[in-house]
Design a binder for this molecule. Structure first.
Ligand code: CP
Length: 320
């Protein structure tokens, strides 16, 4: 599906209440802040996640058509911590292998009285297509092609807010394969909506966002110039599964030119935080000393994924 055909209009009802989470375009600062506030409220004073009974009458299906470690498992944990009945649909052994269409599979699961579908798919726009064609099921986009990964961006915003409190005066750099990254696309939306004025996109020309966006955002192909005085550095892996052969950079050359090393990180503010959605490729986009260093918040992002996914499920269920 082309980008212009993908819109999130149906995720809000006529009262601007969230009924699906398909993407962050079209959501207001109030929507995003409410999700972050509910997520924060689910984290206890000791940093442990709370349990809730909010979804004890609901069933949720995890439908991952692409591999995942963080998103799939944190959705499952989030479902259990909100007391929902959550199933991981075994798509490799499902009737889709007997040529059942995606919509027939979805209608079949809906007939099992499942209330929410969490969908990851390699095709951009697939969660939107399901939302348009299945009634009475809330759709959560867990990453579609190169289009969007809204819960990843929300957990990133929660992590930034925990460390930096406010967004308006921050300088945030996104470094790496921006053009193929659904995470970058959703992060850019969230940062803009939450008021960040200085968003820097650092990438070689072939992996940079399109030129139209570089008129609003600040695009750099020189990593040292882009990192100067930054508060937050978000590092992305090379999304080889979405590249054609001609696009795939030589990894050693890429690391030499764009890898986040301690020397390059020293150009950022001394209290800058380093983020990465994972999975990380050490020695390709990030030096292992940075990934494991004192400024890295990579594992905090993973834990925050549970709180954010609990919050989104509760909000979609009308419980928060
Ligand atoms: N960040 C992220 O989407 O990771 P997974 O592919 O492991 O879910």
């Amino acid at each position: 599906m082309k980008k212009e055909q993908i819109n999130n209009d149906i995720q809000l009802n006529s009262s601007a209440k969230l009924v699906h989470l398909l993407g962050l375009e079209g959501l207001s600062k109030q929507h995003l802040t409410h999700i972050l506030d509910v997520a924060d409220g689910l984290i206890g004073a000791n940093g442990r996640l709370k349990k809730s009974k909010a979804l004890d009458d609901m069933s949720i299906a995890n439908l991952f058509f692409e591999p995942s470690t963080r998103t799939r498992n944190t959705f499952e944990i989030a479902g259990k911590r909100t007391s929902a009945n959550i199933i991981n649909v075994d798509l490799a052994n499902s009737a889709t292998k007997k040529n059942e269409s995606l919509l027939d599979t979805m209608h079949t699961l809906s007939a099992m009285q499942i209330d929410m579908f969490v969908i990851r798919h390699k095709q951009s726009g697939m969660p939107h297509y399901v939302a348009e064609n299945i009634d009475n099921v809330a759709i959560l986009n867990a990453g579609d092609g190169i289009n969007a990964h809204p819960t990843q961006a929300l957990l990133d915003m929660l992590t930034i807010r925990q460390h930096k409190q406010k967004f308006e005066h921050l300088s945030v750099a996104i470094v790496g394969d921006i053009v193929h990254s659904r995470v970058a696309h959703s992060d850019i939306e969230a940062l803009k909506t939450l008021g960040v004025q200085d968003i820097r996109l650092i990438a070689p020309k072939g992996l940079q966002y399109d030129n139209k966006n570089c008129t609003v955002l600040k695009c750099f192909d020189d990593i040292e110039a882009g990192l100067k005085g930054i508060d937050v550095v978000m590092v992305l892996r090379l999304q080889k599964e979405r590249m054609i052969e001609a696009d795939i950079p030589n990894e050693q050359e890429y690391f030499a030119n764009y890898g986040l090393t301690p020397e390059r990180l020293a150009l950022a503010k001394p209290d800058a935080i380093v983020m990465h959605p994972g999975p990380i490729n050490r020695g390709v986009e990030i030096d292992t000393r940075v990934a494991d260093g004192g400024q890295s918040v990579i594992f905090e992002q993973v834990t925050n994924g549970i709180a954010v996914r609990m919050a989104v499920m509760e909000i979609l269920a009308g419980k928060s």
